[in-house]
Design a protein around this ligand. Structure first.
Ligand code: N01
Length: 501
């Protein structure tokens, strides 16, 4: 990447979570100095700032869940706890001077493309103009509240896991939790230790992989301090292991999937002896169809004497608690909603319009799609990080963002050197890419007969269906034939036809 390129772009990065921090660092390393990061909250950290529920941790090994350029010798656990991860991101953004580029407590209300530039309006009434916008807005940050009759009538304390109310003491209380996803598994393992009673409202059982945690000793940490090479090896070893076991198993099946299936079924058989409870906890879909839960504590928690697994289905919620399909009323003091997120909202509700006044809602009215996850036709010089078909699936999102970040920088470099007048993928390229995605889905576990946040409104998985290696290979260099090559006049209209104000 040349640092003396002809054009020095102005770039606005939206969001100072893991990806926003990464992009601020990468842009500066590429010699791009005019970078502003807009962050809606008062701190960096994104999902790790927002999720503070009891038991919050990362189920990807900590030494793999780091930026490749800066390992962390201080991880205390194999599966780092939320506060450790938040501290890691805060330290990185302080050490790399990212914080100085961030405007905190300022969210983007509107973002419009006009005459080759992006015009942004913020919640503080400020206007910015930029050549490029990078939406590092994350995937899972719009809490999904369940559509259950009477939800708001509950008189006790009630909150979503991503909005945990730490003023509510659960000790000795009658607590209910709706959901049994990755978040719920972590919450249940923790709060079952102190709640007076805990009722788990399970709609669908989950497959659980038992991967024990471990604490890192002072000696282990000392060996890593100041030794990035050793930390690199550790990260690569974990990444290799996860790619060649889990990632391959869910995307291409075969013996790896058979092995994974055997492991999780054995875990259930060995961990839960009561046949009635085991039957309730046994899924009827393919292993890996929903995001696999990694936990060595969930089954133990479910079998605590104060815990009850309720599978009758929720009929409604009333002032006192939850009424299930069998007519039983479950009296509760606290109701926790571990009901997940809206993953397809991405940067919305921001008012975003691209070329010719095309709004993002119009662009996605039929389906949320992108070209190579990051480019949306009609939105020149705009990149959506971790967009649809990013290869999520029990893998490190940091690694995904790094690959996408390099790809985006290569595209910006084309603009800097005047080889692309504006970076915009063609509609045909997007269609081709999405056909290619569809072709690969048949052999994945995600179409294995379950409902999950991986599936879009048409029931099609919005993940990368091939191998990780295939993805990194295809993302290594942009194929310029897939981008508009016209002169600015041809692809940059002077004014949008209709501007959504
Ligand atoms: O959300 P989910 P999550 N009535 O959507 C249930 C990441 N993550 O927050 O399965 C009753 O998986 C729903 O039931 P069902 C990770 O990528 C990572 O747990 O749809 N139940 C399900 O049980 C993960 O995949 C870490 O039938 C209702 C649950 O709520 C993603 O976040 C840790 C319902 C939602 O599960 C999301 O996980 C935690 C209703 N009306 C999370 N509506 C790491 O460690 C929903 N449910 C990296």
């Amino acid at each position: 990447m040349t640092k003396n390129s002809a054009r020095n772009p102005s770039v606005v990065v939206i969001g100072a979570g893991m990806t926003g921090i990464l992009m601020a660092i990468k842009l500066r390393e590429a010699g791009i100095s005019d970078v502003t990061v807009l962050e809606k909250a008062d701190k960096v950290g994104g999902t790790w700032r927002e999720n503070t529920y009891p038991g919050v941790a990362c189920d990807i090994p900590a030494h793999m869940y780091t930026y490749s350029f800066k390992g962390n010798p201080e991880w205390q656990h194999r599966f780092a706890h939320g506060d450790e991860i938040q501290a890691y991101f805060e330290k990185i953004s302080a050490d790399y001077g990212v914080e100085e580029q961030v405007r905190f407590n300022e969210s983007v209300d509107a973002c419009h493309y006009r005459g080759g530039k992006w015009y942004l309006s913020t919640s503080r009434g400020n206007e910015l103009v930029a050549d490029f916008v990078i939406a590092a807005t994350g995937i899972l940050h719009h809490p999904a509240y369940p559509d259950i009759q009477g939800l708001d009538s509950f008189q006790g304390a009630m909150f979503h896991t991503a909005r945990w109310d730490h003023n509510v003491d659960l000790a000795g209380k009658r607590v209910g939790i709706i959901g049994t996803g990755s978040t719920a598994a972590q919450v249940i393992s923790e709060i079952s230790k102190t709640a007076g009673s805990l009722t788990i409202f399970q709609r669908t059982p989950q497959w659980i992989l038992n991967t024990p945690d471990k604490d890192y000793s002072e000696r282990e940490k000392a060996r890593l301090r100041g030794n990035q090479g050793r930390m690199d090896k550790l990260r690569q070893r974990y990444a290799w292991l996860i790619r060649n076991t889990f990632t391959e198993a869910v995307s291409s099946g075969g013996w790896r999937h058979a092995l994974l299936s055997w492991q999780v079924k054995r875990n259930l058989r060995k961990s839960v002896r009561d046949p009635e409870l085991r039957a309730k906890l046994t899924p009827d879909y393919k292993v890996g169809c929903k995001r696999l839960i990694v936990s060595s504590t969930f089954y133990e928690a479910v079998q605590r004497p104060n815990v009850q697994l309720e599978t009758a289905g929720i009929e409604r919620i009333c002032e006192q608690g939850v009424v299930t399909g069998d007519g039983a009323l479950h009296d509760l003091d606290v109701l926790v909603l571990a009901t997940g997120f809206h993953p397809f909202n991405f940067m919305r509700p921001m008012d975003l319009t691209g070329r010719d006044g095309l709004s993002i809602d119009q662009a996605w009215s039929r389906k949320v799609q992108a070209y190579r996850s990051v480019c949306v036709p009609g939105f020149p010089n705009f990149f959506l990080m971790l967009g649809p078909n990013s290869p999520v699936g029990n893998y490190s999102v940091i690694a995904m963002s790094e690959v996408q970040g390099n790809y985006v920088l290569k595209l910006i470099e084309q603009w800097r050197n005047n080889r692309l007048q504006a970076v915009e993928a063609t509609e045909q390229a997007k269609v081709r890419f999405n056909d290619y995605m569809k072709q690969g889905m048949g052999s994945t576990a995600w179409v294995g007969g379950c409902q999950s946040w991986y599936l879009d409104a048409d029931g099609e998985p919005a993940l990368w269906p091939y191998s990780w290696n295939q993805w990194t290979k295809e993302m290594a260099e942009p194929d310029l034939a897939d981008f508009h090559r016209g002169t600015p006049a041809e692809i940059v209209p002077s004014e949008p036809a209709e501007k959504a104000a």
